[in-house]
Design a protein around this ligand. Sequence first.
Ligand code: NAP
Length: 210
Amino acid sequence: MAAKSKILVVGVTGYIGKFIVKASAEAEHPTFVLVRESTVSHPEKSKLIDTFKSSGVTLLYGDLNDHESLVKAIKEVDVVISTLGGQQTDDQVKLIAAIKEAPPRDKAVILGDGNVQAVYVSEEDVGTYTIKAADDPRTLNKTLYLRPPSNILSLRQRLRKSTFQKINFLRTSREVSTNYEIDPSSCVEASEIYPEVKYTSVDNYLNAFV
Ligand SMILES: NC(=O)c1ccc[n+]([C@@H]2O[C@H](COP(=O)([O-])OP(=O)(O)OC[C@H]3O[C@@H](n4cnc5c(N)ncnc54)[C@H](OP(=O)(O)O)[C@@H]3O)[C@@H](O)[C@H]2O)c1
């Protein structure tokens, strides 16, 4: 079974938060709680925090108004659950800002050997080629493939061109396996029959996000 997500709960000394912590620990999620340092010395709340600790929960000090403390805590986990009170509803954007900062941008997972190639075509180019084919007798009863030659890359080649952040965006473009041959009797390739189309290269596509 896959490892359970590491969960950070914020607002754990509140009315609802303690139940979320209990459920998380009982479900055997590695559970972390963010608590303000000043709260630990509160007579009632300190007892609650002790029960968290005795059920294996990890205590992290932090404050919604201390950005660095949020980023540090969020880096420890996979999931953040906010049970901050109604008065902090708007201030939860501070949590979102910290979550955005926390994900690693220098790591990428390579599945398999990373050498299988795929074709990348921007959505705009898919539209352009498709409409060009609509009235083109050369495509009649044929399959139109979109395989711009300079956009055929393996994951490893793609990583060399990109930061991790950019890779995430790249996934939104069309990504198609190259694991097939184009049969010229029944198929045509778009960049060959429409050389006038200056299709978006992977480099240009990625540059839009720099
Ligand atoms: N209460 C209800 O009956 C009820 C029912 C249904 C749904 N809800 C919803 O459940 C959610 C939680 O509400 P609640 O009533 O449980 O909240 P709550 O009792 O007011 O608890 C607020 C929590 O936020 C923490 N907190 C406040 N300011 C903080 C800061 N600057 N940094 C870090 N932590 C801070 C508090 O910690 P400290 O101990 O340090 O102050 C406390 O743990 C809300 O969305 C609410 O609408 C509540």
